[in-house]
Write a protein that binds this ligand. Structure first.
Ligand SMILES: Cc1ncc(COP(=O)(O)O)c(C=O)c1O
Ligand SMILES: N[C@@H](CCOP(=O)(O)O)C(=O)O
Length: 459
């Protein structure tokens, strides 16, 4: 399988190369040149399989890895999950389902990809004998999942930039309490978009990138998206695909999770509605509604992991909507950086609308959804999931609609308690999280200073 960049000026790479590169050298994102297909029989055969076996069948055609080696890594990645199904479905209405993606070690959907990437990186490093430096940006969940996956690993230094004061206390403590010296939590004086821009600036400084062996664990890395494709297949097969089409609603920020749904559909999965659900930071909903993609400034919400305006993976969706016209994408991304926005062409907007529906939830609607679902079903939603459930409830859709439950409610206890009166408890294994001592470095939103700090900390 070969991977090319959305901006057309970077080398075409194999799976391992694209994974290690993270961001392409022209600033673009890697995508497979062709999407492997799953037939109706292939999809039907997934019903009832262990998650790990389904993951192998879905991901294998995208990689160049020997089947047994990939199977071992998948097994190791999901062994620590707290649910035998890994991604169980829970029914909350006659046609309404939650896909619980929070049974991994850090209680958010990020563990699905991050635990696997941890295995994949170790495999490459063992074979090549190289060291790597991970620099990631987080609005809370990617960072904790990355730190969990890479803490204590020989040959890896992991730096995570998070927006100071804008993540939940549980998210912060998950990043700041691990004591291993190779993981570094950096609280940046800015928002998530500032953190992500700093990471991309480091990748675009090729001398720095090559000097430190920089690699990415955000969903700019294709391997992240790929691992997230799997649960669309397992959920849809469990609900009767390919015999019937399934809808998915996805709480969206950096657009990685919903893009994985689009990839699943392009592979042949019958998804009849794929819905982008945004909080008040609704640039994606506005874009799909009007065609104007324009930043307005991020506002903090009760679903902080989705407080994002520069949504990295939207670039991949645009590339597909512009029929692979890399120079058009490079131009749009220049406009975004220079003018704070761009207008999508009519043809591309139509293609985007044929692929994605969208909706938004206000803060009041999010809280009311947490309250109502708890009262009606006893299910406790995290605020991100509640955004999804609210938007899903407004869709003109017949048949099963699955909302991705992206985080455990205990990661956001204040919002949940305010809506339900109930303070969700952390799982037993994390019960002492509030007692552990924290280790964090506060840093200015300054790429030069961040690069110096990283160089100082490297062994
Ligand atoms: C809990 C939670 N829900 C939803 C999202 C949005 O996912 P994505 O950034 O892939 O759109 C995130 C952050 O990525 C998250 O942490
Ligand atoms: N919500 C994310 C933001 C980064 O998204 P990613 O999927 O690109 O890593 C977070 O929790 O950090």
């Amino acid at each position: 399988m070969r991977y090319h960049s959305t901006r057309g000026q970077a080398p075409v790479l194999d799976f391992e190369g694209a994974m290690l590169a993270g961001l392409a050298r022209d600033g673009g994102l890697y995508l497979p040149q062709a999407v492997p297909q799953m037939t109706r029989d292939d999809i039907a055969a997934l019903q009832g399989l262990p998650y790990e076996e389904a993951a192998l069948r879905v991901m294998r055609p995208f990689t160049d890895l020997p089947e047994t080696r990939l199977a071992e890594m998948i097994a190791a990645a999901y062994a620590g999950f707290g649910h035998a199904a890994r991604a169980p479905l829970v029914q909350i209405a006659p046609d309404g389902w939650l896909l619980e993606l929070f049974h991994g070690p850090t209680l958010a959907f990020k563990d699905f990809a991050m635990q696997l990437i941890g295995q994949l990186f170790q495999d490459v490093m063992r074979r090549r004998g190289e060291r790597i430096t991970i620099v990631g940006a987080t609005s809370g969940d990617t960072g904790s999942a990355a730190i969990e996956a890479f803490r204590g690993l020989e040959g890896v230094e992991c730096f995570i930039l998070y927006p100071h004061g804008r993540v939940s206390e549980v998210q912060r403590r998950q990043m700041t309490t691990p004591s291993e010296g190779n993981v570094h939590a950096l609280a940046v004086d800015g928002d998530f978009d500032d953190c992500q821009a700093a990471v991309k600036a480091m990748f675009n400084d090729h001398a720095f990138r090559d000097r430190v062996g920089l690699t990415a664990v955000n969903s700019i890395n294709w391997a992240r998206v790929l691992a997230q494709v799997v649960y669309y297949f397992t959920a849809a097969a469990a609900l009767g695909a390919p015999g019937r089409a399934i809808g998915f609603t996805v709480p969206t920020g950096n657009f990685g999770d919903i893009l994985a749904g689009d990839v699943a559909r392009r592979m042949g999965l019958p998804i009849d509605r794929l819905v982008v659900a945004t909080n008040r930071n609704d640039i994606l909903h506005r874009t799909l509604t009007t065609g104007a993609h324009r930043k307005e400034g991020v506002v903090p919400t009760a679903s902080p992991s989705m407080d994002i305006e520069v949504s990295s993976n939207f670039e991949r969706a645009l590339f597909m909507a512009y029929d692979g016209d890399a120079s058009a994408i490079a131009q749009l991304m220049d406009e975004l950086a220079r003018d704070g926005g761009f207008t999508v062409s009519q043809g591309a907007l139509q293609a985007l609308r044929e692929t994605f529906a969208s909706g938004r939830a206000s803060e009041e609607e999010t809280a009311e959804t947490i309250r109502r679902v708890f009262a009606d079903t006893g299910e406790v939603l995290c605020p991100h999931t509640a955004v999804g459930v609210k938007v899903a409830s407004e869709q003109p859709h017949r048949g099963p609609m699955v909302t991705l439950a992206t985080a455990h409610p205990a990661k956001f206890p204040d919002a949940v308690e305010a809506a339900t009166g109930l303070r969700p408890a952390l799982p037993e294994r994390m019960a002492d999280l509030y007692l552990r001592s924290e280790r964090v470095t506060e840093v200015a939103n300054d790429v030069g200073a961040l690069k110096s700090l990283i160089l100082e900390r490297l062994p």
